[in-house]
Design a protein around this ligand. Sequence first.
Ligand code: SAM
Length: 358
Amino acid sequence: MPKNKRARPGVAASSSAAPYSLASRNTTPAISSASYNNDMSSSSSSSANLVAPNTSLGQHFLKNPAVVTAIVAKAAIRPTDTILEIGPGTGNMTVPLLRQGKNVVAIEYDNRMIREVLKRVEGTDDERKLKVVQGDAIKTRFPFFDVCVANVPYQISSALVFKLLAHRPMFRCAVMMFQEEFALRLTARPGEALYCRLSVNTQLLAKVDQLMKVGRNNFRPPPKVESRVVRIELRNPPPPVNFTEWDGMVRLIFNRKNKTLRSVLLTKPTIKMLNENMRTQRALNNNNTNGDGGTSGATVDDHRMMEGDDDGEEKMAERIIEEVVAMDRWKDKRASKLDLDDFLALLAEFNKRGVHFA
Ligand SMILES: C[S@@+](CC[C@H](N)C(=O)[O-])C[C@H]1O[C@@H](n2cnc3c(N)ncnc32)[C@H](O)[C@@H]1O
């Protein structure tokens, strides 16, 4: 954990301290694992890469200039762009980014890295174009940016993707390096082994393209796993769905993605929870009638009639859930095989009957 938060020219301190969570990790051009024995510092003029890497902070520096050039090219940066870089490290990617865009705001956790990246631009035309923010990228408020480019510490991949998906105003794209398995989860399709909650949530809110594979030996020190670079573009306009509720449903269903919807949703605790949500929604709707529209089966109105009778309410909630999961479209279906349209239709069907997941 960096302790030194003294302000320095070009450095803004932000909230820091970050125990990280989650580390998970097709036809894509590959940058091979050809062995590069020299760091970029030997071909550029910096001694930056000689700083001892702290692998607990995911410090695996890109040492192959061809990979850096390819990533920067894929970002298609315009001279007017403000670029957000997460984890600039010693600046191997920062320097080419500065040459392409109007300016770079870099968020870096480790003060040693901040010193190195600033040293690298000191006295050059790039110096005034670079602003470094010291802090944890997950806890730091992002500035306005057009394009995000990052070779991120893999421990924060998931949190970072969710943060970018929620970021407003919308940015043009994010070009990001991830652990291979994590990158593949982002684009996994129904029926594939890696298809998961992350796939569904990301694909709901963004278009993701696999750009290239990057072998372990392009880094110093080499990580244990292969990597991939992806491009993320937010869907604009965003889908008309309450994301909190969507994620509530998807999280529940993907908890046991190979079980049928019926067996996942008709457990006692789930019925209890959905029944509570129905009550809350009713209170919020100030007892307006007919939920979100009439249906022929059991409805929120029937549920309301059971008010005060806990067992009766739960039985009615169970009946409503039962009716939905017995419909042809979802009968015997499992999360692992459903696509975005199925999930959207499922949520709409529940909402229509007054069932909410948040
Ligand atoms: C994989 S290295 C990439 C360094 C450089 N971009 C490169 O490609 O050579 C990840 C960088 O992110 C920094 N880092 C780690 N956790 C961070 C966090 N939570 N917020 C911001 N930076 C972080 C590390 O100190 C390290 O410099």
